[in-house]
Design a protein around this ligand. Structure first.
Ligand code: FAD
Length: 429
């Protein structure tokens, strides 16, 4: 084995949403960025493939509007529960668009990574980061990278490192990051199915998935039309259900597909169906997220929204925030600016994720889950603000029902924190 050396301003490990976004924004700032991705594009990534307005906003900011036009656009969300259905278009927002798209990660991630490369990032696919060497001052000095095509190792000497290696985050764990097990976690399974409604203009969310004993579970089933003859369908479950590890997710998925509305014509025997699953670390449950000259982004920080399982937008967003921080560190030659990363994450997500963590803890109780879904599915007046809160699309400039609901929730959590848990009982971090 031969050893080569590369020096760069920033090494980014992983070219999923978080890594590709960080690479794009750093390259746009003119820095020498090397991005290593262990897979070859295009590559599969287990996901529901749903892009909400938050993701669309980030993709458009990265100049990817023309790419989005080649994918399946949808207008809103159809919620289904207890035999009832309700269609809700995406709410208006001063910043975020009122549309979403469904596109396989097979296509999306390649396009976004290439976009970063076109902006100037040195994208090395089929290159896997193996290990990180710290100096006596706990700074990352070198990263060993394997070129999987030649089997040669490359030693990268970056001034700064961004770890964006996804939910398993082997490199993050090597650097000491770990998940706070008191915070929620998701588990989801998805597959592709052919369907005559593959070009439907609504994504569908089923809020009444049930255990084998008929209990409503905290989580949901989804059917997302891809516009190419296929839909992405799956189930997601939250760890706030005490016995969640006992739930057989394969059986849950089979039951969901068999019970899905007939119009979709889904079949578990569909030859294109092959279920794959993954973990959803959520609510910023992974820390520490920074070191002397490195930081983490995306699933490596557990940035998925606990209220809807959305992680692509938060990958793009945290990748961009990480890039902004490093832009200042390098431009001002001040590594201590890295410490502002946690502060920025807290400013952007702190309150919302505090609320979200309490909400999902609450719905871990099957009675509360059933009551909440029963209330929502019968009234657009209830469901509309709930969807706005769950998709994190509240308006900064307006106090409507969603914003009021959110503020009331946060106030209740704060009150409980102040007086030690006597007030609300259910709300708890
Ligand atoms: C079943 C399921 C359904 C989901 N559905 C949705 C959805 O519909 N919408 C949504 O917004 N979110 C969804 N999510 C969440 C979403 O997939 C993630 O939050 C998102 O992919 C996180 O992006 P990331 O860049 O942090 O990590 P990833 O997308 O996992 O990217 C990490 C990248 O790093 C690479 N890598 C890992 N280790 C190394 C290494 N050592 N060296 C080099 N490269 C490495 C990997 O190959 C990968 O390409 C779903 C998740 C699951 C499991």
């Amino acid at each position: 084995m031969e050893s080569n050396r590369i020096k760069c301003d920033v090494l980014v490990i992983g070219a999923g949403p978080a890594g590709a976004s960080a690479s794009y924004w750093l390259a746009k700032s003119g820095f020498n960025v090397v991005t290593v991705e262990r897979k070859k594009f295009p590559r599969e990534k287990t996901c529901g493939d749903g892009l909400t307005p938050r993701s669309v906003y980030q993709l458009e900011a990265m100049g990817m509007s023309s790419f989005l036009k080649t994918t399946h656009r949808y207008e809103g969300l159809r919620t289904v529960a207890f035999g009832k259905e309700m269609e809700l278009s995406w709410p208006s927002h001063p910043e975020f668009p009122e549309v979403g798209y469904v596109v396989t990660r097979y296509r999306l991630d390649e396009a976004v990574a290439k976009n970063a490369a076109n902006a100037g990032a040195n994208l090395l696919t089929y290159h896997e980061a193996l290990s990180v060497k710290l100096n006596g001052d706990k700074q990352v000095q070198e990263v060993e990278v394997l070129d999987k095509a030649t089997n040669e190792t490359i030693t990268v000497e970056p001034r700064y490192l961004i770890v964006a290696d996804g939910s398993n985050s082997r490199i993050g764990r090597m650097l000491g990051a770990s998940r706070n097990r008191d915070l929620p976690m998701g588990l989801a399974l998805r597959g592709y199915f052919s369907s005559p409604l593959a070009s439907d203009r609504y994504i569908e969310s089923h809020l009444d998935i049930r255990s084998e004993t008929g209990e409503i579970l905290p989580g949901y089933g989804w059917i997302f039309p891809l516009g190419d003859g296929r839909v992405n369908a799956g189930i997601g479950l939250l760890s706030t259900l005490g016995k969640w590890k006992e739930v057989n997710t394969t059986k849950l998925m089979e039951a969901f597909i068999k019970g899905a509305p007939k119009r979709w014509e889904l079949s578990i025997d569909d030859p294109i169906y092959k279920g794959t699953g993954g973990k959803l670390p959520m609510g910023l449950s992974i820390s520490p997220r920074t070191g002397k000259n490195y930081l983490m982004a995306g699933d490596a920080t557990g940035s998925i929204n606990p209220m809807n399982g959305e992680g692509i937008a938060y990958g793009y967003e945290t990748g961009k925030i990480a890039a902004m921080i490093l832009t200042d560190c390098i431009s001002l030659n001040d590594p201590s600016i890295i410490n502002r990363y946690d502060q920025l994450l807290e400013e952007n997500y702190g309150e919302y994720y505090k609320f979200a963590r309490s909400f999902v803890k609450l719905i871990g109780n099957p009675t509360i889950m059933r009551t909440a879904v029963g209330l929502g599915i019968n009234s657009k007046i209830v469901m509309r603000p709930v969807v706005r809160v769950m998709a994190n699309l509240m308006r900064p400039d307006h106090l409507g029902p969603s914003e009021a609901l959110f503020k009331a929730g946060v106030a209740a959590i704060d009150a409980k924190d102040r007086i030690g848990g006597i007030v609300t009982g259910g709300f708890s971090r």
